[in-house]
Design a protein around this ligand. Structure first.
Ligand SMILES: CCCCCCCCCCCCCCCC(=O)SCCNC(=O)CCNC(=O)[C@H](O)C(C)(C)COP(=O)(O)OP(=O)(O)OC[C@H]1O[C@@H](n2cnc3c(N)ncnc32)[C@H](O)[C@@H]1OP(=O)(O)O
Ligand SMILES: Cc1cc2nc3c(=O)[nH]c(=O)nc-3n(C[C@H](O)[C@H](O)[C@H](O)COP(=O)(O)OP(=O)(O)OC[C@H]3O[C@@H](n4cnc5c(N)ncnc54)[C@H](O)[C@@H]3O)c2cc1C
Length: 675
């Protein structure tokens, strides 16, 4: 390759021309790319609005992420705060409101690289758990950033087991205050974002004591820093927890409280209240104080999990059509790496999953909005289902997307490992989503608990929520597929998924029952079933995702090739799941070995079909170069030039190595003198 004589920065500006290897991929799209973008956005008008927001954000240098890969933790934090403050100014300038449609797009345009995410969770807690009076008191100043909030639940000793939290809030009837304390080192709050260096307030989860009786964990609004000079409030010890795998831009913090007094009104009391005489009142579900988590688990799926996978697919697929390595056919030019079947098998299922999860996210939001409306009206009937779904899908989608992202990174070979590819940061960030807001195994076990209950109820002919009525519909029989084309029939594969989910749930329920009947204590029997329970919960979520993808495709417009290509992706997603979890489907002979060969054949055929549309399918995600921030994934495919230009910007290339004077020079000179 001839090196152009350029010293210009190529980021975002786009080099003169699109790499012909990438350009040619766009000429043969089987569908209309802008139409698909509009489908993903929920309409062309939303696409227009999103792009307008992105334009505003990206044309402002304060929001630039150009030097991000070369910044220290301190610099990342400061930049994130600067951006958060500047966003406010920008929103005022543009007349955008916090609850307006633009907010979603702002966050997407900033790639989450902004401070005060937990401030939003703080506000969400108050909105969902606070009384009207508390909402009126706290939300306006929080919206105006007259205070900055955080969400302090996890402690050094406990993150998962919330009943084990040790922070105490003792009601002092004489002063009408709660006294908050961190009684032990393990009770120290540890991890809350925005708390280490920014927050003035936080929602603290603590064990409520009234007259010496413990009422369990409740949320309290506590001021931790002065709003005037930001000094720590009396009795408060707080700081930053130090370096992490990612999230350098967020000041995850620690917090200790020593006899910190807050007024009675600071306990969030829409559902639970302590009256002046110390009477405790609860309205509704015992688990309602966990509702912020339910809501955030659903809120985070799109921006924190699906978008990163979409970006990774965009980067890896664009790169895979400009990267040529080895020869497919002797005597011909080197092949695009995406033409190797193994490369297709790495990347295209991830692409299909990104679409599948985009659609399941829409489904989850509908489910949540319906449930939330009911809960606001003090009807808690849908809470168990909402909890089971938000837990299971948070776990399944984060796990799948994290694995998918790692596959994309590795599929880019050595260049994928460079921070400049954008993939390592996406990976180390998304990995945290498998842990925060509930560690995934724990969440799947919550889903399994719900499924086992529903299975037992359904088997006894009792009513169960609509999403799990299928548990009562175990049909005897085998997969009817006769040839590989049958496996492109949604009915065939959806039934297979349904069968697998019911089998795993019912066999685990039976094992649990057998153990208990044989005298094993319930908790021990449960523990002996947990590996299979996790498997069953995953199978349930996988089934619902496939089913929802099928239903979504059926409803899509059948013009402009959209429905056709989405059907291929849906088939691919479904068959990839069967192909890579073959044991589950073969186990009871529902699918035979011969049928598994048919699955494999159809699955591999689909790779070749979707390969042709791979670039248009990632183009439809509509990420700008600035948003991708990847030397490998830009729209123009000028990968090598961009990698070189960006590497030259590294501070290490802009100074003489201090190690030369200190170590290398004496070393080399010493050796020289002996020559
Ligand atoms: C806001 C704007 C968007 C912002 C978007 C930006 C996002 C930006 C992200 C980047 C930043 C990262 C931010 C990370 C922020 C943290 O990570 S915050 C900390 C999150 N922590 C967790 O998730 C803790 C996980 N642990 C738990 O949720 C619960 O303790 C457990 C594990 C579910 C079990 O709790 P438990 O009290 O021991 O309950 P247990 O005795 O097992 O009883 C279970 C019963 O309670 C029920 N239950 C448990 N939980 C619930 C629930 N939530 N609801 C209803 N029922 C429940 C069960 O169904 C079960 O019912 P039954 O079967 O008995 O009827
Ligand atoms: C980037 C990041 C940001 C965070 N932000 C916040 C925040 O803003 N506010 C906040 O309060 N917290 C926050 N957290 C904390 C986070 O929510 C917890 O770390 C998370 O809920 C997991 O809990 P844990 O650390 O106690 O894990 P543990 O429960 O200790 O998990 C360790 C292992 O034990 C297993 N395990 C534990 N219990 C069981 C069980 N009953 N059955 C089977 N296996 C079990 C788990 O499956 C896991 O394999 C954050 C964490 C991270 C990484």
């Amino acid at each position: 390759m001839v090196l152009p004589d350029t010293t210009e920065d190529t980021q975002g500006s786009g080099l003169a021309s699109v790499n012909p290897d990438l350009a040619s991929e766009r000429l043969t799209a089987s569908f209309c790319v802008p139409r698909l973008t509009a489908v993903l956005d929920g309409g062309a008008e939303r696409t227009r609005l999103r792009r307008a927001v992105v334009d505003v954000i990206e044309s402002d240098p304060v929001f630039s992420r150009e030097n991000q890969y070369f910044q220290s933790q301190n610099e990342r934090y400061e930049a994130a705060v600067r951006k958060a403050v500047h966003v406010r100014k920008k929103m005022q300038e543009m007349g955008w409101s916090e609850d307006g449609p633009e907010s979603v797009y702002i966050y997407r345009a900033l790639s989450g690289d902004v401070a005060f995410l937990l401030h939003r969770v703080f506000m969400r807690s108050i909105s969902v758990l606070g009384s009207d009076k508390q909402v009126a008191k706290w939300i306006p100043p929080a919206t105006e950033y007259q205070l900055i909030g955080s969400y302090a639940q996890t402690e050094l000793g406990h993150g998962t087991y919330l009943q084990g939290l040790e922070t105490t809030a003792v009601f002092d009837i004489s002063t009408q205050e709660f006294i908050l304390n961190t009684p032990t080192i393990s009770a120290m709050k540890w991890w809350p974002g925005d708390m280490g260096r920014s927050a003035t307030h936080t929602v603290v989860f603590a064990q409520l004591y009234i007259h010496g009786k413990c009422y369990g964990v409740h949320p309290f609004i506590v001021q931790i820093r002065s709003r005037q000079d930001h000094s720590l409030c009396p009795g408060v010890i707080a700081g930053d927890i130090g370096p992490k795998m990612n999230f350098e831009h967020i000041d995850n913090g620690y917090l200790m409280l020593k006899n910190v007094r807050i007024p009675r009104e600071n306990m969030l009391n829409k559902f639970c209240e302590v009256q002046p005489d110390g009477t405790y009142i609860r309205r509704g579900s015992q688990k309602i104080n966990y509702f912020t988590m339910t809501s955030v688990r659903i809120s985070l799926i799109s921006d924190e999990v699906i978008l990163p996978l979409m970006k990774a697919c965009t980067i890896a697929i664009r790169y895979s059509v400009v990267r040529r390595q080895s020869k497919l056919k002797p005597g011909e030019e080197e092949a695009k790496i995406l033409d190797y079947q193994t490369q297709q098998e790495k990347l295209l299922p991830q692409l299909a999953a990104a679409y599948a999860f985009h659609f399941i996210n829409n489904y989850l939001h509908e489910l949540f909005n319906r449930g939330y409306r009911e809960i606001q009206g003090r009807n808690f009937d849908s809470l168990p289902e909402l909890h089971a779904f938000s837990s299971g899908f948070k776990a399944m989608v984060t796990q799948y997307c994290t694995s998918g992202l790692e596959i994309c990174l590795r599929a880019c070979g050595g260049h994928g490992y460079s921070l400049l590819s954008g993939l390592p940061s996406l990976y180390t960030k998304i990995l945290a989503s498998c842990i925060y807001e509930g560690e995934n195994t724990i969440l799947l076990l919550q889903t399994a608990r719900f499924l086992i209950k529903c299975f037992t109820a359904a088997s006894a002919g009792q009513p169960v929520p609509p999403s799990v009525t299928y548990l009562a519909a175990m049909k005897p029989g085998k997969c009817p597929a006769k040839d590989k084309l049958d496996f492109l029939s949604p009915d065939i594969y959806t039934e297979a998924y349904q069968h697998a989910a019911i089998r795993l749930i019912s066999s685990t329920a039976a094992k649990l029952q057998d153990l208990i009947q044989s005298g094993v204590e319930r908790h021990e029997a449960w523990n002996q079933c947990t590996v299979q329970l996790v498997q069953a919960a995953k199978a349930h979520c996988h089934y619902i995702t496939v089913k929802n993808f099928v239903e979504t495709v059926e409803k899509l417009e059948n013009t402009a090739g959209i429905q056709n290509i989405m059907k291929h992706l849906c088939d691919l997603f479904a068959l990839h799941g069967i192909f890579s979890n073959a044991g589950i489907f073969l186990h009871d002979g529902y699918i035979t070995g011969a049928q598994m060969d048919m699955v494999t054949a159809s699955y591999l055929d689909l790779l070749g079909i979707i390969r042709k549309d791979a670039v248009p399918l990632v183009d439809a995600f509509d990420f700008t170069d600035k948003n991708l921030n990847s030397a490998l994934g830009s729209y123009d495919g000028q990968v090598y030039q961009r990698l070189y230009d960006w590497a030259r910007k590294a501070p290490t290339n802009k100074q003489i190595s201090p190690a030369y004077e200190k170590y290398l020079k004496p070393l080399l000179h010493n050796k020289l003198s002996k020559l």
